[in-house]
Design a protein around this ligand. Structure first.
Ligand code: FAD
Length: 390
């Protein structure tokens, strides 16, 4: 006799799977979880934050305070400012009092100059960007259904069905009603296989979308005191003498029982010049010596007495950079969300596959502000599809 019992459909493992635990993925995760969605986040690294990378350096090595990824946001950036305010994170203004330094080329004597006033101030987080990652993680765990976080979990394949998606990868097997892909577009194009395949137009767009600051390398020297401030200098310098091209004061106020930290941070010239390539390919010890020698040229011999040194070359970070991302764009890319906006009426994935990430945002594309805007946009698209008030 035929068994006519109705077998209930197998529930999916989660309502929304998120690929990538950077600012965009975390923002989307928190918003969806706060609205009662079951969220599972897969992050390929063994830490959250993505390009937000804060480290401890001597003399305060046990606590993170030096940002090797993003550090600033600006007054006009409404999304990141709203998030920071919502999470009640303390903020301080970038130090820029005093004279700046300029070096016209190798061997040119450095000069002091007074930068023109009137530029927008930039703001930093007390405790660095690690404070934002930590606060978002805490918010994600305080939600009615805490977000399930999987680290060391690289997603390799996404299959989009009519009513659900399936994710597979390194230690990853998950069924979900929807997926948000919140990794840099070029990394998606290189590392994740889609079934059915993405259209040529989408693949071309992913490959053509520059990962903002993927070409960057930051070097930071830390000190027992801000000797440049004592000398009436802001710590800002522009140099064509190398290896650092743009240098800023990177001090951190005291917080959470940690004393103030004093530092100078510089961006290394891009790999496009032979000198920059040689610097980036040298040993860390050799780079430290070259950086301190340059800081001493610009700010005096006290710069040689660094207590610590940290650096990060993002061109070597395969979870940030896709092909060609080591080449800096000549101007800030004009990021366009036409293909990435899951709210659009002709969405070919019927709302199952939703894009996020700083580079998918037409608002502040590439920046922290764009990452927050994109995470918010992705979560909103899903909540609206479910008729949940946003
Ligand atoms: C040196 C530097 C300085 C910067 N300075 C500033 C600044 O001062 N102000 C500013 O506004 N912006 C700045 N930016 C840009 C800022 O960092 C980005 O806008 C923002 O962090 C991007 O967040 P995101 O979540 O979109 O991407 P990401 O932070 O790149 O997060 C993507 C995540 O996806 C993960 N991932 C990748 N592939 C997979 C996979 N297959 N499976 C699972 N997970 C995967 C990655 O590990 C990563 O954690 C800077 C960037 C750099 C590198």
């Amino acid at each position: 006799m035929t068994d006519l019992r109705i077998v209930p459909p197998k529930p999916f493992d989660t309502d929304v799977a998120i690929v990538g635990g950077g600012l965009a993925g975390l923002t989307a995760a928190c918003r969806l979880a706060a609205s009662g969605q079951r969220v599972t986040l897969f992050e390929a690294r063994s830490r959250l934050g993505g390009r937000m990378l804060t480290t401890g350096v001597m003399p305060v090595a046990e606590r993170p305070w030096v940002d090797l990824g993003p550090a600033w946001f600006w007054p006009h950036q409404a999304h990141i400012r709203a998030l920071v305010a919502q999470l009640a994170l303390p903020v301080f203004e970038q130090y820029r009092d005093g004279l700046a330094r300029y070096e016209a080329g190798a061997g040119s004597p450095p000069e002091s100059f007074d930068p023109p006033g009137g530029a927008d101030p930039s703001f930093r987080l007390v405790g660095g960007m690690a404070a934002l990652t930590r606060a978002l993680h805490e918010a994600s765990q305080a939600a009615p259904t805490p977000v399930a976080m999987h680290l060391d979990a690289a997603v390799r394949a996404i299959t989009v069905h009519d009513d659900h998606v399936v994710l597979n990868g390194d230690g990853v097997h998950c069924t979900a009603a929807r997926v948000i892909v919140a990794t840099p577009p070029r990394v998606v194009a290189r590392d994740i296989t889609f079934v059915p395949p993405l259209s040529d137009t989408v693949v071309d767009t992913l490959r053509g979308t520059v990962t903002w600051m993927g070409h960057a390398m930051k070097c930071v020297a830390t000190y027992n005191r801000p000797f440049w401030r004592d000398d009436g200098r802001s710590g800002y310098a522009v140099s064509w003498g190398g290896p650092l091209q743009e240098i800023h004061d990177a001090c951190m106020p005291p917080h959470d029982g940690m004393p103030a930290g004093y530092a100078l941070m510089g961006f290394v010239a891009p790999r496009t010049s032979a000198a920059a390539r040689a610097f980036r390919d040298a040993s860390s010890e050799a780079r430290r010596a070259t950086v301190l020698a340059q800081l001493a040229r610009l700010f005096g011999p006290d710069a040689l007495s660094a207590t610590g040194y940290a650096e990060y070359d993002w061109t070597r970070d395969a979870l940030t950079c896709g092909p060609n991302d080591d080449v800096p764009p000549t101007a800030h890319p004009d990021y366009d969300d036409t293909l990435f906006d899951g709210v659009r009426a002709d969405d070919p994935w019927n709302g199952r596959l939703v894009w996020a990430g700083a580079e998918t945002s037409a608002v502040s594309g590439g920046y922290l502000d764009g990452a927050v805007a994109s995470g918010w946009r992705a979560a909103t698209a899903i909540l609206r599809a479910l008729h949940i008030p946003t």
